[in-house]
Ligand binder design. Structure first.
Ligand code: PEP
Ligand code: MN
Length: 349
């Protein structure tokens, strides 16, 4: 349930409701809405109406939440949430683009790509140091060395970093080197990992599982918010369907649908969904038109040499053209995209 406080409610009155909720066996989560405080109350306790909370000073109303996910629900927070990564805002008017290699391969590779994606207009650098590969014999990532390279790229370019963590034991370490923690599709329902990243209080990008329903995806996000970490970005990265001509199927309808079910921002990954750089531009435009708040795109300066996901990685000049092609679509839906240099004009790489 949620307890909606009156606009004029005082701090002591909000605290009074929280104390009462805790005494009733609920975990209270304070949410600052526009102009008023809303307290989300979750837990295993049964809610019996009237709850007795209705008559407490400062309380406007008590509303049950019908969805099985609670804190992520739009019912709790009518306005879309903005996740802040330093001064970058995900969920605002600007479409935020995160780009970089699938995997960190070497310092030289990362620095080259970081410089190019920044020049093209990306605001966040992606790159996996721990890679969840389908085969145990494939390149597994540079691990701590990779994290250190990401840190250096951040220092040199000023780009923010997003990188994946694979297990709960490594969360603290990865959190020390990144700005956003990525939970990959294969780990979407790794509940102990979700709890652990929730406890860091840092922004988390939660990818949709390969065969997860929207409800399962939102329930996974709920684990993070239940740790009082509301800094969650959802990433639609394609799901398994019967179609074999693409790696996965980007579920375009999931974008507006998720945004109607939750207040969390939603971004799209056109590379892992399609498996080919050729579809990255049209899928990115479709995602923005459908209401996505950002994009996650794989870029490599030598895609044919990439140790991971080369066929779906864009060469830098193609990435820069992609960003320019987004602008009219973004404007049509009242958004804007940060574009930088046109790398194709400068020869690209
Ligand atoms: C990735 O972003 O590199 C990745 C492994 O993605 P996913 O979890 O969506 O497969
Ligand atoms: Mn990849």
């Amino acid at each position: 349930m949620i307890v909606v406080m009156q606009t004029a409610a005082e701090k002591e009155q909000v605290e009074g409701v929280e104390t009462k909720l805790a005494g009733m066996g609920f975990a209270p989560h304070r949410i600052q809405g526009t102009g008023r405080v809303v307290i989300g109350a979750v837990g295993e306790s049964k809610i019996v109406f009237p709850t007795g909370l209705e008559v407490l000073p400062g309380v406007e109303k008590v509303v049950p939440i019908s969805a099985p996910y609670k804190l992520v629900s739009r019912e709790v927070k009518e306005n879309g949430s903005i996740v802040k990564i330093g001064d970058i805002r995900i969920g605002g008017d600007e479409i935020v683009v995160m780009a970089g290699p699938c995997a960190v391969e070497s310092e030289e590779q990362l620095m080259t790509i970081a410089g190019l994606v920044k020049a093209a207009g990306a605001q966040v650098l992606r790159g996996g140091a721990y890679k969840p590969r389908s085969s145990p014999y494939s390149f597994q990532g540079l691990e701590l060395d990779g994290l250190k390279m990401l840190n250096r790229a951040r220092e040199e370019t000023g780009l923010k970093i997003v990188t994946e963590v694979l297990n709960p034991q490594e969360v603290e370490l990865v959190a020390d080197y990144t700005d956003v923690i990525q939970i990959g599709a294969r780990n979407m329902q790794n509940f102990s990992l979700l709890r652990e990243v929730g406890r860091t209080g840092m922004p988390v990008m939660l990818k949709r599982g390969l065969a997860a329903t929207l409800e399962e995806w939102l329930m996974a996000a709920e684990y993070i918010l239940a740790e009082d970490n509301f800094q969650v970005i959802l990433c639609e990265r394609g799901i398994r369907t019967f179609e074999t001509s693409t790696r996965s199927t980007l579920d375009i309808s999931a974008i507006p649908q998720a945004k109607s079910m939750t207040h969390l921002p939603v971004i799209a990954d056109p590379c892992h969904s399609s498996g080919t750089w050729r579809l990255a531009s049209p899928l990115s435009r479709a995602a923005i038109a459908a209401g996505a708040d950002g994009l996650l795109i794989e870029v490599h300066h030598q895609p044919s040499e990439a140790l991971c996901d080369g066929p779906q990685s864009l060469a830098p000049e193609k990435f820069s053209r992609l960003l320019f092609s987004l602008q009219p679509v973004a404007e049509a839906v009242g958004r804007r995209v940060c574009t930088g240099e046109d790398l194709s004009m400068t020869g690209g790489v």
